[in-house]
Design a protein around this ligand. Structure first.
Ligand SMILES: Nc1ncnc2c1ncn2[C@@H]1O[C@H](COP(=O)(O)O)[C@@H](OP(=O)(O)O)[C@H]1O
Ligand SMILES: [Mg+2]
Ligand SMILES: [Mg+2]
Ligand SMILES: [Mg+2]
Length: 348
């Protein structure tokens, strides 16, 4: 298959980054939390994860040219007041590489760490290949001890051709209701897909993978829907109006991060809706990996007007109003419910 080598490298990269994130989440200290200039929380784990993914991809694919569009940059870390944070990130990355133990490598210096972070500075676009990385998607979930994902996709000529989602806190069995919060099942799910080959899931700690499919349900009354935990990220009142119009009976399952796309790809729920508040522009790293994981599992991802997402325009995704995800059978009814609800809301 055309992207096998890249897919293997991507799985290795996100699995390593997931170990680093787990170590930080376990020992989450207040001092690990920083604020970027846009005031979103960013932790040593976001940076550390970006370093590890960048490092592993470049090492595994050393013969290929490397371009990556990633969420974090080193600007804040280069400031003098961040020297302790930079020291901690460097230590964390080196400890994670050392405990992996599979190969001997020289420890990374602080300058190496900064430059691996900055190798995610590409703007992407419609030509050539570009990796797309969200080193921790759902940072707020991560800080709360909830769901988060290390999300890595690859664009080729503007299209997402492979995607990998590591979800360290997602049980490997269903999260179809909010009971997942107290699930005692084995946790740690890894989803991966390449174009034309379907979507697979395995435990984050195992190698046995199985093919997954979105639910086949046509009946909205049986459908549960996923949305962001954070009310600031999506209009919960609008999604509940849409769900009601569609005939959905069960309350929404609220999960942070692209774990929603992973859970949907294996049929835990039937619908994911995301309607950000006015003025917000979506970023490609929040959807690239999740989008291919769902579409290769038989699902459909569009904006509120039914257009497919266009990842070829740089860092931003310009969508009409919001993003909706479901299976092929439910999509026409979902689009109708979305259209009617938006009209109703605008006439208020
Ligand atoms: N006002 C807003 N509206 C919509 N999405 C937002 C937002 N502010 C931040 N986000 C994005 O929502 C992502 C998390 O999505 P979710 O709510 O599904 O967990 C964040 O990713 P990061 O956590 O990687 O920064 C961030 O990119
Ligand atoms: Mg962020
Ligand atoms: Mg994100
Ligand atoms: Mg992030």
């Amino acid at each position: 298959m055309p992207y096998n080598k890249e897919l293997e490298a991507a799985k290795k990269a996100v699995s390593r980054a997931a170990r680093l994130c787990q170590r930080v989440q376990e020992a989450l200290l207040q001092s690990d939390v920083q604020s970027k200039s846009d005031k979103t929380p960013v932790t040593v784990a976001d940076y550390g994860s970006q370093v590890l993914v960048s490092f592993v991809l470049q090492k595994e694919l050393s013969s290929e040219s490397f371009s990556m569009v990633a969420e974090e940059d080193s600007g804040d870390l280069r400031k003098e007041e961040s020297s302790e944070t930079l020291r901690r990130i460097t230590e964390l990355v080196n400890d994670t590489l050392a405990t992996d133990g599979s190969e001997s490598i020289n420890a990374l210096s602080q300058e190496d760490v900064l430059s691996f972070i900055d190798s995610g500075k590409s703007d992407g676009g419609s030509q050539g290949r570009h990796w797309v990385l969200d080193p921790i998607d759902g940072t707020k979930g991560f800080l709360r001890g909830g769901q988060y994902a290390i999300a890595l996709g690859m664009l080729d000529e503007g299209k997402v051709v492979l995607g990998v989602l590591a979800c360290p806190n997602l049980p490997i069995t269903s999260v179809a209701s909010n009971d997942y919060l107290t699930s005692l099942d084995k946790i740690g799910s890894l989803f991966f897909a390449q174009v034309g080959e379907g979507t697979y899931m395995q435990s984050l700690y195992g190698s046995q993978s199985s093919k997954v499919h979105v639910t086949g349900t046509e009946n909205p009354e049986e459908a549960s829907f996923f949305e962001s935990f954070e009310a600031a990220h999506t209009m919960h009142d609008l999604t509940s109006l849409i769900a009601k119009k569609l005939g959905v009976k069960v309350p929404p399952v609220r999960i942070d991060s692209q774990a929603k796309y992973g859970a949907l790809s294996r049929g835990d729920g039937a619908i994911y809706m995301r309607f950000p508040h006015k003025g917000y522009r979506e970023k490609i790293w929040d959807h690239a990996a999740g989008c291919i994981v769902v579409t290769e599992a038989g699902g459909v991802v569009t904006d509120a007007a039914g257009h497919p997402l266009d990842f070829s325009k740089g860092k931003h995704l310009d969508v009409d109003t919001g993003i909706i995800v479901t299976n092929q059978k439910l999509m026409p009814a979902l689009l109708k419910a979305v259209r009617e609800s938006l009209q109703e809301k605008s006439s208020l």
